[in-house]
Design a protein around this ligand. Sequence first.
Ligand SMILES: NC(=O)c1ccc[n+]([C@@H]2O[C@H](COP(=O)([O-])OP(=O)(O)OC[C@H]3O[C@@H](n4cnc5c(N)ncnc54)[C@H](OP(=O)(O)O)[C@@H]3O)[C@@H](O)[C@H]2O)c1
Length: 229
Amino acid sequence: MSATLPASRPSVTLKLATSLDGRIALASGESKWITGEAARAEVHHLRAAHDAVIVGSETVLADDPELTARTNPMPTKQPLRVVADSRGRVPASAKLFSTLEMGPVAIATLETMDLERWPSAQGLQFWMLPAGEGSSSVSLVEMMNSAQRAGVTSMMVEGGGQLAAAFIRAGLVDRIEWFRAPILLGGDARPCLGGLGLEKLALAPTYERTSVREIGPDLWESYLRKGKM
Ligand SMILES: NC(=O)c1ccc[n+]([C@@H]2O[C@H](COP(=O)([O-])OP(=O)(O)OC[C@H]3O[C@@H](n4cnc5c(N)ncnc54)[C@H](OP(=O)(O)O)[C@@H]3O)[C@@H](O)[C@H]2O)c1
């Protein structure tokens, strides 16, 4: 039986910080920093404005991010930091685990995963999930159910491209916050979105721009899914 979404699922924002040509990292994985300081500061405010933030396991392996909201002053509450790590590849040495005193972390992993590989610590939770239909990675629908059970009403997807594309393919992305830096990285760099497998333009997910702002040297565009205005 296929999984169903909760009636009022958490809202989902996709944050993209890209080059002009929509790339998030060089082929080598180097990604620090594409956008400027002002855009990065805004991302911390966006984190603080969501109940949860989520990244794919490859992003943790490449960047070892803290994913905390570091605003000035600091927010009263940190978002739940979620990693989609079906195969248990995020090491116990990741900064996510050494910063648990700052805020909670959830590992979304396959229900068959052996949890011994990770520390057992206060503030660390595990979402044991089945694989998605036709996929070896965790089901995003079941992940939304777990998020809702954890009290999450809003979640921000922070990449990378594979996880972002999976959220788009599942029709889960309500808003996009796109920070675009005036540099070009080229087709050999990593795309902000993995494949969507579209066969017709008419099937392309469509968004309406709600604002565009200059932020330092970058542009910050906001989009809402068509029909959500
Ligand atoms: N410029 C920026 O702001 C920015 C932001 C984020 C990342 N990045 C860069 O992006 C690169 C990583 O991006 P990436 O696209 O290679 O990887 P990614 O999206 O970070 O992670 C992909 C992994 O997520 C896991 N995953 C779990 N559930 C999934 C699902 N339902 N659908 C899809 N994947 C799922 C999969 O591994 P399992 O199957 O093992 O779970 C998959 O291999 C790094 O170089 C990083 O520096 C840049």
